[in-house]
Design a protein around this ligand. Structure first.
Ligand code: ADP
Ligand code: MG
Length: 712
């Protein structure tokens, strides 16, 4: 590679097969391919999984009993002994100077071949003293070879394929040496690097593989993380803008008599968060491109009101609004609360005698009789229905609208790409309706930027004033559990009601139902004997369900024993106690949702988490619930505990170029990358003036990956 050639791009690196490197024979080549390394780009982005700071490494002579340490040594001897049965014990002695450390491995005979006398190794483990000798049992071993740097990169190694960290280090060293004359191209504008104090790409690539100090390694990592996140965000923002350009939207009348009257007649002032969300949505609705916005807010934060406001914007401009819920029951509940919220609001209508006509809101579910259904469908086509509430059936072929203007979807996760396409087709020929998606399971802001990268996000991070916070207690032993049942009885005596959520079996609905029946029977005869109990689970018929829910709502039952079927939507303000059995088996989000069923009325509410966790994660979850009632805070904890895999999906993470970046560790950088991506796309929508970046996106984020990112 002559020095006069231009600096190497990622595409150039991709084009150099790994076999061109010296020392990569057939055997190593196969091992590399097995590790999905086939080009120099793959090799250079095969990042160290950690770095050992040799300046802080202990020497064997310093090791005391119980110390957990990393030590460097030379292999002196290795041998294997047959134990009883087919077990083997391999003993490897390493040393530095006069000091020795004995490493023992059970059933790892291959270690004998791996660790041959004279070889230098780094081992990490806990030092024990056995018969007066220092020893580590089953330590982590890194073959760093004769790597001399003070900071030693440790690569993911695979013993089976025979790809060792020192091999990778040697290949990387050679690759870097051969790249040096041409250097690395840096497609990120210099002003951006300067603004965020980021090193250039060459410094980053050398710095991650061959750092001179831990600080240099950190600097390198920062830059490479930024690049990964920037690419993802550029792709998301670019695609979002493409859709916006390609689809025309309705220019709504966001200021009008109907919305004014609605706000005036509310018995309470809007929260600041509601005001902000309403104006963000109005901003979108007034533009000639369809809105795709996510409204995140905790249970009780007042999302429904914000959604209704958006629907009324459509209505006051002569369009229709649709509100879709994930289940029929929820659709009916929405219908009840929306009609209550709207009261006898009327629509200005100059065509009528009074200049007004009543606002018409209908519900369309399977429970609506055939005749009514036909009528509603006919009236929708003629524009006589202003707002329709239902399930996803609302966007099926059979349902036609006179002029669908705004669609609100409650609960994000059941709504995918196909449904969005169906919705676009519900608009008139040239325009698509605006879409607002509501979700009560908040995910951290930065994760939302990646997972819902094509949606704008509004957040209701404030509860309406005057709520008495729910006090949460963790009942860990029998005595504490007895106190819980005392509290349930005390509440019943005061005329309040309680929920008891049964242990989650999770294997089948039938088992969950059984568990609920058993719990119900046990409580009935013992702890809650004398109280009026009801039972609800997935196997109860719809009619019985209505019956039980109705009785509970009317206060004819003191306690509702249920499975997680009550997770969403149930709203009984007089219920003030929530008991969750085997609470450690539920996830944070689910516990938070369940807890949200109480605290809906004037009386102070309590939530009892009954459980003796068997894992530390289980403990952390319950501790988090006790410590916080803020859904966003809990979402952060959840992300912390479970990792981004749960949000991104392992498959997605593996495929979308986030090799170093973590949505958890690198939160601020997600936001920064999004900000920069928007700035760049705002002035250069197809990246024509940033050909280097455009090429990288094409290279790294194939179409398939990008499609995947866009899915919700
Ligand atoms: P979410 O849908 O976010 O769970 P809701 O919209 O159901 O919340 O609102 C919960 C309750 O709070 C409802 O009874 C609603 O009338 C009431 N509410 C909404 N906004 C306010 C507000 N700004 N001030 C007082 N109460 C409010
Ligand atoms: Mg609600």
């Amino acid at each position: 590679m002559p020095a006069s050639d231009p600096p190497l791009t990622l595409r150039d690196l991709q084009a150099i097969p790994i076999g061109r490197l010296r020392g990569v024979g057939e055997k190593k080549s196969a091992a590399l391919v097995a590790a999905e390394i086939s080009s120099v780009l793959d090799l250079l982005t095969h990042y160290p999984r950690r770095h050992l700071d040799r300046t802080r490494e202990a020497s064997i002579g310093e090791l005391r009993k119980g110390d957990e340490a990393t030590v460097f040594g030379e292999v002196r001897s290795s041998s294997t002994r047959q134990l009883k049965g087919r077990r083997t014990l391999t003993n490897v002695v390493i040393g530095d100077g006069d000091n020795q450390l004995s490493l023992t491995f059970f059933n790892q005979r291959w270690r004998e071949k791996q660790l041959t006398p004279g070889m230098t190794v780094l081992v990490h483990g806990k030092c024990e003293i056995y018969r007066g000798q220092r020893q580590m049992t089953g330590p982590i071993v890194d073959l760093v070879g004769n790597q001399t740097g003070r900071i030693v990169p440790v690569y993911p190694q695979s013993e089976k394929s025979g790809l060792l960290t020192r091999d990778v280090a040697a290949f990387v060293e050679e690759a870097l040496a051969r790249c040096r004359p041409r250097g690395f191209d840096d497609p990120v504008p210099e002003a951006v690097l300067k603004r965020f104090n980021l090193v250039d790409r060459a410094t980053a690539i050398y710095g991650i593989h061959q750092p001179e100090s831990m600080a240099q390694k950190d600097e390198a990592r920062r830059r490479l993380v930024f690049d990964e996140l920037l690419r993802v965000q550029l792709e998301l923002v670019r695609r979002k803008r493409r859709i916006e350009r390609a689809t025309a939207g309705i220019v709504h009348e966001t200021a009008g008599e109907l919305t004014d009257r609605f706000i005036e007649r509310l018995p309470f002032p809007l929260t600041n968060a509601q005001q902000r969300a309403i104006s963000e949505i109005a901003g979108d609705l007034s533009l000639g491109r369809p809105m795709h916005r996510l409204l995140q807010g905790d249970v009780g934060s007042g999302k429904t009101l914000v959604a209704v406001h958006a629907l009324l914007v459509a209505v006051q401009g002569g369009y229709q609004g649709a509100l879709m819920a994930p289940t029929e029951v929820l659709a009916e509940q929405h219908h009840a609360s929306v009609t209550a919220m709207l009261g006898d609001l009327s629509v200005p209508d100059p065509a009528t005698l009074m200049g007004d006509r009543p606002l018409r809101v209908d519900v369309l579910t399977n429970r609506v009789g055939a005749a009514d259904r036909r009528k509603i469908l006919a009236d929708l086509v003629q524009g006589k229905v202003d707002i329709v509430i239902g399930t996803h059936a609302l966007i099926q072929d059979k349902v036609e609208y006179a002029a669908l203007g705004v669609v609100v979807i409650d609960e994000q996760h059941r709504f995918g790409v196909e449904q969005r396409a169906a919705l676009r087709d519900k608009g008139d020929v040239v325009t698509a309706p605006d879409v607002l998606v509501m979700t009560a399971t908040p995910i951290p802001r930065t994760a939302a930027m990646t997972v819902y990268g094509d949606l704008d996000v509004s957040v209701l991070d404030e509860l309406p004033p005057g709520r008495t916070p729910i006090v949460t207690e963790w009942a860990r032993d029998d005595a504490a559990e007895d106190a819980v049942w005392d509290a349930v009885r005390a509440a019943a005596i005061e005329g309040r009601q309680a929920y008891v959520v049964c242990p989650l079996i999770d294997e089948s609905e039938a088992l969950d139902a059984r568990s609920a029946e058993d719990t119900y029977a046990a409580l009935q005869t013992a702890e809650l004997n004398g109280l009026r109990l009801g039972l609800l689970h997935g196997r109860v018929t719809a009619a019985d369900k209505d019956e039980v829910m109705g009785a509970f709502r009317r206060g004819e039952l003191d306690v509702l024993v249920a499975t997680t079927v009550i997770e969403v939507g149930v709203d009984v303000p007089n219920a003030t106690v929530m008991v969750i059995l085997d609470a450690d088996r539920f996830g944070i989000a689910q516990l938070h949702q369940l807890r949200g069923r109480v605290g809906r009325g004037e009386h102070a509410s309590r939530c009892y988490l009954v459980g003796d966790p068997t894992t530390s994660d289980g403990e952390s979850r319950l501790e988090a619930l006790v410590a916080s009632t803020d859904g966003f805070e809990l979402a952060e904890v959840d992300l912390e505990l479970r990792g981004e895999g749960t949000i991104m999906g392992e498959r997605q993470k593996g495929r979308n170029d986030l090799k170093l970046a973590s949505l958890r560790r690198d939160k601020e950088w997600v936001a920064t990358a999004r900000e920069v991506a928007i700035e760049i796309i705002d002035v250069d929508d197809e990246l024509a003036r940033h050909p280097g970046l455009a090429d990288e996106l094409d290279l790294v984020l194939g179409d398939e990956d990008a499609e995947y990112l866009m899915k919700d």
